[in-house]
Design a protein around this ligand. Structure first.
Ligand code: SF4
Length: 172
């Protein structure tokens, strides 16, 4: 115990990674400017779990904590697809969830975009393709504008993925 406290006192508190914070704040600044320009400072996301393990959702939840604080940049997760600009899809697109996924997309006002998150929605080449319970590959059924890879992607990777999506929109 004495050894532990001695080490803590010598090293001081290491709760923040300054390089990481600096990079994150630069990414957040670009994200905020891009949302202001392309979505009048308000990008609404409806997330649909089409059959996930919930880890992708947990990482998305972390985006609302005081550290990432995405709402300050203009990003809100909304409860209704009718209020959404982006449909964020996680999971393997199960047989039971598939009609609800299509329904959520149909209810969104145009212009509307689909982003897939995690490796699950790209199950075209996986073992799941053989299952009667999985419809699979979301991109075969909806126009996917961007994919955020990872299993699960970290909050940082999700933020970078959203920025890449906005950069792509800016170019088109
Ligand atoms: S991509 Fe990975 S973490 Fe995300 S829902 Fe699928 S299995 Fe879970």
């Amino acid at each position: 115990m004495i050894k532990f406290w001695k080490k803590r006192i010598q090293n001081k508190l290491l709760t923040e990674h300054l390089t990481h914070d600096k990079t994150l704040s630069e990414i957040q600044k670009e994200l905020k400017n891009s949302i202001a320009k392309q979505f009048a400072s308000s990008l609404n996301i409806r997330m649909v779990d089409s059959g996930s393990c919930n880890a992708c959702e947990s990482e998305c939840n972390a985006l609302s904590n005081p550290y990432y604080n995405l709402e300050r940049l203009g990003i809100q997760f909304v409860a209704s697809p009718r209020h959404a600009d982006v449909l964020l899809v996680s999971g393997v697109n199960t047989f039971n969830m598939h009609p609800h996924l299509l329904d959520a997309y149909a209810q969104m006002p145009s212009p509307k975009y689909v982003i897939t998150i995690g490796d699950c929605p790209l199950t075209a080449t996986s073992v799941y393709d053989e299952s009667f319970a999985i419809v699979g590959n979301v991109a075969k059924h909806l126009p996917v504008a961007h994919h955020i890879t990872g299993c699960p992607p970290s909050p940082n990777e999700i933020i970078v993925g959203l920025l890449e999506f906005l950069r792509g929109l800016d170019r088109s």
